[in-house]
Design a protein around this ligand. Structure first.
Ligand code: SF4
Ligand code: SF4
Length: 399
């Protein structure tokens, strides 16, 4: 299966297939279901891209940038479209052709975030509220850098050799590296228990490039991809273990880009990128303390449907038994990367749709396996509902 967001020429590039206006994408687009606004639909985006491409429409650059900013890059439309058209690709190309401030800011955020993220988090927690309405723009920032709010209640009681017997490196992704380093420490302990050899030195990873691509920063995306492939080669081509669905999706799409691969090396890379939950499928798990009364799992949009994408949920379902309250349904959290900066109120509307449908009781816990989803869910969760990465539920002791 072609991975999501492989540039397929559905935007302003060479058109391979056209939109046939069937409307199937309207049924799956979280922006349409949260707002009822058909002008935000994938169909409308492809129509806009085609009209601009064919010179049928002349839009002022700022207006194009505004429209192009209104996509969560969840990839649901591509899976529903009989033509295989991918709105994030079309939108990324529009953004690339019409860069704006949000795009620039997102690029700075991703590339220089080591200094910027904690500063933004610190600053936004100290900003006075501007009025009666909470500002969704700052909601996501306020949760950044806040420590894990989940007290561990699970422990691996018996590791089962995953049988891989290889060197492994962790790809933590930008959020874990900058805001939640404890996730990486926990992942390292779990991998050691599984018998994988994880060295003390982390390769010099860059961003996975996924959100940079969605923002239309294709040059920066390519630079990040090249840096990561170089780091992997230097490390001896080990397994690359991720615990972020967006990173995994982004990394696994590398072989579709021209990154100077040697013969067979692209497929070797794709096979090397695995989810942490995959090799944990057979471990035995015990409860070290009482779990919350209801624990939900939020399924990330990125990479859903790809092989191995269900491993996180399967692990939790098995570990939690009757405390597992189910998945949050097939509903996007509304994180949307660059859209957080350009249209935070729409992002918030999508999140509110999720929480209204789920209606979790106070005291419940929502876990996920995507760093971006953690940020968005933490920022929008109803009072009394905790949110975290599933890694936070495992106690530190590996044995
Ligand atoms: S990627 Fe998601 S938000 Fe964007 S147009 Fe497609 S379904 Fe809608
Ligand atoms: S599903 Fe594809 S072909 Fe149908 S309206 Fe949407 S973009 Fe067009």
């Amino acid at each position: 299966m072609r991975p999501l967001h492989a540039r397929n020429g559905s935007g302003t590039g060479t058109a391979v297939k056209s939109c046939i206006l069937c409307g199937r994408c309207l049924e799956v687009c979280p922006l349409v279901s949260a707002t009822g606004r058909e002008e935000l639909s994938p169909k409308a985006k492809h129509t806009l891209a085609r009209m601009l491409r064919e010179g049928q429409a002349q839009l002022e650059g700022r207006r194009v940038a505004d429209l192009a900013g209104l996509c969560l890059a969840c990839g649901r439309c591509e899976k529903a479209c009989p033509q295989g058209l991918c709105a994030p690709d079309a939108v990324a190309e529009l953004r690339e052709a019409h860069p704006d401030l949000s795009q620039w800011l997102w690029k700075q955020w991703i590339e220089k975030g080591g200094a910027l993220w904690p500063a933004l988090a610190w600053l936004s927690r100290r900003l006075p509220d501007s009025g009666e309405q909470p500002s969704p723009r700052y909601d996501a920032f306020k949760t950044m850098g806040s420590g894990p709010s989940v007290a561990p209640f699970l422990k691996v009681s018996r590791f089962v050799d995953a049988g891989i017997g290889r060197e492994a490196v962790i790809f933590p992704g930008c959020t874990a590296r900058r805001l939640y380093p404890a996730w990486t420490r926990r992942a390292k302990e779990l991998l050691a228990g599984l018998g994988l050899r994880v060295g003390n030195r982390m390769p010099s990873w860059a961003c996975c490039g996924c959100t940079l691509g969605h923002a239309g920063c294709t040059e920066a995306q390519r630079e990040a991809q090249l840096a990561n492939v170089k780091a992997w080669r230097k490390a001896g081509r080990p397994l690359v273990v991720t615990f972020c669905a967006t990173c995994r999706c982004g990394l696994r799409s590398y072989p579709d880009a021209d990154l100077g691969w040697e013969e067979g090396e692209g497929e070797q890379w794709r096979e090397a990128v695995i989810s942490l939950a995959g090799p944990m499928a057979a471990v035995e798990i015990e409860h070290v303390s009482e779990p919350p009364p209801a624990v939900y799992y939020h399924k990330p949009c990125h990479g859903s449907g790809q092989a191995g994408s269900g491993a996180d949920e399967a692990l939790l379902r098995r570990a939690l038994g009757e405390r597992y309250a189910g998945a949050t349904g097939d509903v996007c959290c509304g994180m949307g990367g660059i859209m957080q900066l350009g249209a935070p109120e729409l992002s918030r509307q999508v999140a509110d749709t999720l929480w209204t449908r789920l209606d979790p009781p106070a005291g419940s816990l929502v876990l996920t396996g995507c760093s971006g989803c953690v940020l968005q869910l933490k920022a929008t969760a109803p009072v009394g509902v905790a949110v975290g990465h599933w890694l936070e539920t495992f106690a530190a002791s590996a044995g």
